[in-house]
Design a protein around this ligand. Structure first.
Ligand code: FES
Ligand SMILES: [Fe+2]
Length: 434
């Protein structure tokens, strides 16, 4: 349980808040690279950490991410003309380059140099640097003197043929979405049906262990990038061993889902849009091989951790407005434990049902919530460290080299000592998986 003040601190990410300042120290996914498909293409609205921004790709293929609103009288630059290395406001023609610098004031011809004089030089919109990596445009919204090296999460380092990434709007605060992502305990219940049918999950012996032992024991270990959250279950056919699923949580909001059989690994990034919405980025990748056609087809069809969309948007087809297409008969028959179809929407529907921001003053945490408690503590400690000017976990790309694994270990072996080959393997090797 948290106090109201603790809950506020952890969930608010607007400018000047402790958690907002913390998120602004890391590179964050802003949009898919294909949302800006070519030079001079239409600009795209982007909202991150409560800030309304506009993204565009200029004539020289440079990416700009800047304040959405024109410095003159506040028109949204979504209406702008993307032309000749700048975005031009259609109201009076003021033009901005990718750094947000105003380059032309054609409506103010009296200003020296035909609208490029001192006033023009003075006008600059707030803007943030961007990089393209892993099919994603990332941005850094923190102090420029503290900008870290580009991220090196494993899914960003494999070839495009080995990876598939999607994003969906989730209509709740980022923190309850992360908490669902690192909570291995709900899998036996909520996803019990999907484990037997989803093409990206079926066929793992681990599914059987998930099904039979619904009371996992959680052990959490630190590593330089964040936390390793181990969930331990009994093994039905061998009393000498435990089945471990180990989920890395990488600062500030990444997780890697433990694999099942030979399926690709899964990963998430939860990016706050504002305090009541977040982007749930969902990535599948296989570090040792290209994705198969059948796997890609399933991912594009919304299977596994992906969703089907309302056409032309990143809003899930199953959403709050249609009660996620709840099927009570399927719930009763046990086809879908909650009655909602699909792993991603099973999670999202329940997380959104908590309200835009869960009231954590009313919760009752249990031992199976240990990972969640440790993650909240790490975020709070990191926010404090940031304000004190101390080093932060997971900023150095080397600290992001970690992978999930699932494995059987003799009962007396601790996962933090005996799963290192699965958690910190060389790039290009196959996952350790059951
Ligand atoms: S409001 Fe943009 S140029 Fe006038
Ligand atoms: Fe889930």
């Amino acid at each position: 349980m948290l106090t109201q003040a603790q809950n506020d601190t952890l969930t608010k990410t607007g400018p000047g808040t402790p958690m907002g300042d913390l998120f602004r120290r890391y590179w964050m996914p802003a949009l898919h690279d294909y949302e800006l498909p070519e030079p001079d293409c239409p600009p795209v609205r982007v909202k991150l950490l409560g800030e309304r921004l506009i993204a565009f790709r200029d004539t020289q293929n440079r990416i700009g991410l800047m304040d959405e609103f024109c410095a003159h009288r506040g028109v949204s630059l979504w209406f702008g003309r993307n032309e000749q290395n700048g975005l031009r406001c259609p109201y009076h023609g003021w033009k901005y380059d990718v750094t947000g610098q105003c380059t032309e004031l054609p409506s103010e011809g009296a200003d020296a140099d035909g609208g490029q004089g001192p006033m023009c030089k003075r006008i600059k919109l707030k803007s943030y640097p961007c990089i393209e990596l892993g099919g994603v445009i990332w941005t850094y919204m923190g102090p420029s003197e503290l900008q870290p090296a580009p991220p090196a999460l494993e899914w960003t380092q494999v070839s495009p043929r080995q990876r598939y990434a999607s994003k969906r709007l989730q209509e709740c605060n980022y923190l309850q979405a992360i908490e669902g992502g690192i909570d291995s305990s709900h899998v036996s219940f909520l996803h019990g049906g999907a484990l037997k049918t989803d093409p990206l999950f079926v066929g793992s012996k681990g599914n059987e262990y998930n099904d039979h032992d619904r009371m996992p024991f959680f052990e959490v270990a630190d590593f330089p990038g964040g936390l390793l959250i181990g969930a331990r279950r009994n093994v039905t056919d061998n009393p000498e061993q435990y089945y471990w699923r180990i989920t890395p949580f990488i600062m500030p909001s990444h997780s890697i889902i433990p694999p099942r059989a030979g399926h690709p690994l899964g990963g998430h990034v939860w990016v706050p849009i504002d305090d009541e919405n977040c982007w749930a980025w969902s990535i599948n990748y296989h570090p040792g091989r290209d994705l198969k056609e059948s796997e890609l087809a399933a991912m594009k069809d919304g299977k596994g951790i992906h969703v089907k969309y309302t056409p032309g948007t990143f809003i899930p087809l199953q959403n709050k407005t249609n009660d996620y297409l709840m099927d009570r008969a399927a719930q009763k028959a046990g086809v879908h434990y909650s009655g909602v179809e699909g792993i991603a929407m099973q999670d999202a529907s329940l997380q959104e049902s908590m309200g835009a921001v869960q009231d954590r003053t009313k919760e009752n945490l249990c031992p199976t919530d240990r990972g969640i408690v440790m993650m909240r503590r790490l975020l709070q400690q990191s926010a404090d460290a940031n304000h004190a000017g101390k080093p932060l976990p997971g900023l150095d790309p080397k600290e992001q080299h970690v992978r999930s694994c699932s494995l059987l270990l003799p009962k007396e072996q601790a996962f933090k000592d005996h799963a290192r080959h699965g958690l910190f393997p060389p790039l290009g090797t196959d996952p350790v998986t059951v």
